[in-house]
Design a protein around this ligand. Sequence first.
Ligand SMILES: Nc1ncnc2c1ncn2[C@@H]1O[C@H](COP(=O)(O)OP(=O)(O)OP(=O)(O)O)[C@@H](O)[C@H]1O
Length: 661
Amino acid sequence: MDATAVHAGNVLEFVREPQSGQTRSHAVGPPLTLHPAIAGSWRRCAIDYSIDPGRRTYAPTVIDAAVLAERLVQHADLLQIAAAEIDWLYEHIAGSGYALVLTDASGIVLYEKTDSTLVDVFRSAGLLVGADWSEREEGTNGIGTCIAENRPVIVYREEHFRACHIGLSCSGAPIRDASGNLLAVLDASTLNARDTRASLAHTMALVSLSAQLIEKCLFLQQFQGETVFRFHARPEFVNLQHSGAIAVARDGRVVAVDETALWLLRAKNRETLVGRSIDEIFQVNPSDLIEPMSRTQLSLRPVRDVLFGRHFFLSLDQDATTTRAINVPPPSREILQLSGAVPRKATLSLEDLAGDDPQMARNIRSARRIASSRVPVMIQGPTGAGKEMFARALHAASDRAARSFVALNCAAIPETLIESELFGYAAGAFTGARKGGMKGKILQSSGGTLFLDEIGDMQLSLQTRLLRVLEEQEVMPLGTETPIKVDLRVMCASHQNLRAMIARGAFREDLYYRLNGITIELPPLAQRTDKERLIREFLASESCDGRPVAIEIDAFQRLLDYSWPGNVRELRNVIRTILAICDSDVIRMVDLPSEVRLCQSRCDDGGDATPSIEREELIQCIRECEGNMSRAAERLGVSRNTLYRRCKRLDIPLQHSRGII
Ligand SMILES: Nc1ncnc2c1ncn2[C@@H]1O[C@H](COP(=O)(O)OP(=O)(O)OP(=O)(O)O)[C@@H](O)[C@H]1O
């Protein structure tokens, strides 16, 4: 017998036959309980590579320095992105005894990050730049086995084939290129004997998320300057890590898709998508899609996929042209101390929403004027911009404030249910109806306000019935014949272009005019000039333990510069997450979610549209302060550094002594 895998419960015995020289294995002792990936790897180690599992003396195999230098150059793009992500991940698991390792597709370590106190221990375990962790060299391990299996793999202590590695527990995840080929492996290894296999599942999840993010950044970098669409079933997730990415050539043909896109579209492999025209994947007109979206980059477009007809939101990627220069600058230690925590309000008033954004101020002026009238209000704006919030504030400012505000999201409930939800029904109106019948939303809102969210999703037949209710101010629940008088005030919201829907016959023109007494256009967050105020307010109101919040200027600036495709909702969620995970007194760049942190700030590249209103206001403020930048900064509630950065981003020329030239 040449080899016995005794260190994992006497599972396999490997025997080399003297005549043929071949190795055979057979089970001994308890039945085989190894994970299939580990069992497969052991087989390869024993049979294909003839590795002796018992040898305890160990020296890592390290490739020649010149070859290593070549590989580092070859993988420069990968390294730039991955190093930033690994450093971030490391910050979050620092002190827990882990080494984070990036290898190329052959298992050669290109980058590692280790607890400074454990550097020597991990080095002697072989986790050092240049070491070869292929399965052929080191037997079953988190890196080599991940490469061989081409999937995420946990290798827990005795599951390592070579006895010298059984102190290690490793979680390795593959990083693939845009064609789906293995490019690298990200691995987290620990020598901590207290970690269980179950606890490694959490590490594996973190490592897999980081690997996915690196993949996504590489994908966007590779297709920078080309048309890249991001999509997801939830609008808030578009442009985040969880969204799918599709690169499309000028003729509308798909050039590449990432792993998430495959998964979201339930495609078996890339071949089923690459080479097809985009309209064979989504129900869209390719020319419609690319042109208008590039003009209004922030808009999300609802689409359905051709194969299953499922809803997605699609957006043109805005960062695809900026990811090349991902360089995480050394964090500035300058800190912004914000005022003490402010209690969160359930409903904001129109005054609360006012801020100092000119468009919002106009909206609020219009809203106040018609607050107590029956004038129907149509609120338009991208997802998460605060349409419902605005409607609630308007209701609270009206003379109906003491009565109910009843909301119905026409996109969130099946078409078949909208009718009964809206109009209600009498007892026994249909099979399955509630015993006592149901008071519909229209009746519930009588005397108060009915808010119909995503009105564009209401089917035409219901639009006709709704129109009748509005005209006659009476409703007839299903299964009844007596109309009930109602006192209706309707507000609607939509992120769709209802006029375009009218042109296509998907929305009734007469209903549109009936609902559209005044239009409130909510701007995307990225275009609001009071973004800074909102960030400050969220940092104060979302701080759960009531402590005043402090944040590094650079992190604050990154929050200001991010494009916020999910608008105010996304901002609020991100700040909630930051406050929940930040365990020090100061929020730092590493506490920001990867999508925000890794977005190349617009002030760095200057490539985005200059918001002229912001520029004008800044110039005005500096002039009013006679060029005194400290005073101007104080007046704007920002640091001098932030003010200078903004001037640079908005291309405002300055003279050191007198502010604006
Ligand atoms: N001005 C604001 N101040 C504080 N929070 C806000 C503000 N605007 C929006 N929010 C928050 O953002 C979230 C999303 O707002 P809301 O639901 O009103 O957006 P929406 O435009 O109606 O979104 P959707 O199109 O997805 O229905 C809300 O939970 C609210 O807490």
